[in-house]
Write a protein that binds this ligand. Structure first.
Ligand SMILES: NC(=[NH2+])NCCC[C@H](N)C(=O)O
Length: 291
């Protein structure tokens, strides 16, 4: 398993998520995990420096192309990629890299408080981290498209958004038209997390080439994960998400994991960093831990 730090916060209004990977890499929580024999921190990629007259989207596109290359290289080396963000715009790079490696669009479980499915025409904020899922489905600023494959980087019919509770109407329309299943927090509270997760994984894991999981930490309740870029009340239980990641890690089709939107400025006593480390721990095979 190889970790890639995706230290880019250019997709968000508050850029602090760019410090997430380095802060986590220096945390006590990472230090405790790092002794595992099957885990190594590969590289941390940084957003390219600002050049005059260049829009943030160009820098994000350049960053995502590098990240896609890094993920594809990790897979070609027969290592399991774990990408730590960064704001959620980095997903454009991660999943384009997997798509290129597979030669076809994978399934994707998108665990998030938000839908992240705006296009530049519909976005109220203009923030690119509100657009990555639309880009991966083939819609958005053309500089962010076709990075891994021509067209969609993920299979809409094998993509599920789980845990959403904050969106604008246009992104809901977009996902419905695309045929993406959305299991929002209201449905989860009615039907129960386990039932919803079962349904989500039946859809996602049916993708012929395999699937990935992207976890925006803001899916989890902000009382349990305060260190995120865009906190939204009434989120998932951390224990549910840990159990889900553990279960999914045992599924043969899983190709890569991404965990994004860690904002160390908002963390309290390193609790979100500790949760991030516990989440990574859930996908590690039992092994000898040194400190
Ligand atoms: N990755 C995120 N935290 N996304 C939040 C997006 C919030 C809002 N829907 C927007 O487009 O600006």
């Amino acid at each position: 398993m190889r970790i890639t730090g995706a230290a880019c916060g250019l997709g968000a209004q508050d850029k602090a998520c760019e410090d997430g990977p380095v802060a986590f890499h220096h945390s006590q929580a990472w230090h405790e995990l790092a002794g595992h024999p099957q885990l190594d921190w590969g590289r941390t990629l940084y957003a390219p420096p600002a050049r005059s007259g260049e829009a943030p989207v160009q820098r994000i596109a350049e960053f995502c192309r590098h990240l896609a290359d890094e993920v594809a290289t990790t897979l070609a080396d027969n290592r399991f990629p774990v990408v730590i963000g960064g704001d959620h715009s980095v997903a454009i790079g991660t999943w384009s890299g997997l798509a290129r490696h597979l030669g076809q669009p994978p399934g994707l479980l998108w665990i998030d408080a938000h839908l992240d499915s705006h296009t530049p025409e519909t976005s109220y904020s203009g923030a690119i981290h509100g657009m990555p899922l639309a880009c991966l489905l083939g819609h958005g600023d053309k500089r962010l498209l076709n990075i891994g494959l021509a067209g969609a980087q993920v299979s809409a019919g094998h993509t599920v958004v789980l845990g959403a509770r904050s969106h604008e109407p246009e992104e809901l329309d977009f996902l419905r038209r695309a045929g993406v299943r959305i299991i929002d927090s209201e449905e989860i509270s009615q039907r129960g997390f386990a039932v919803c997760l079962d349904e989500a994984m039946a859809i996602v894991a049916a993708a012929p080439a395999g699937f990935g999981v992207t976890l925006d930490l803001d899916a989890i309740d902000p009382r349990l994960a305060p260190g995120v870029g865009s906190p939204e009340p009434d989120g998932l239980l951390a224990t549910d998400v840990l159990t889900a990641v553990h279960w999914i890690a045992g599924m043969p089709g899983l190709q890569a994991l991404e965990i994004v939107e860690y904002n160390p400025d908002r963390d309290r006593h390193g609790s979100t960093a500790a949760l991030l480390s516990d989440l990574i721990g859930e996908i590690l095979p039992p092994g000898k831990h040194s400190s």
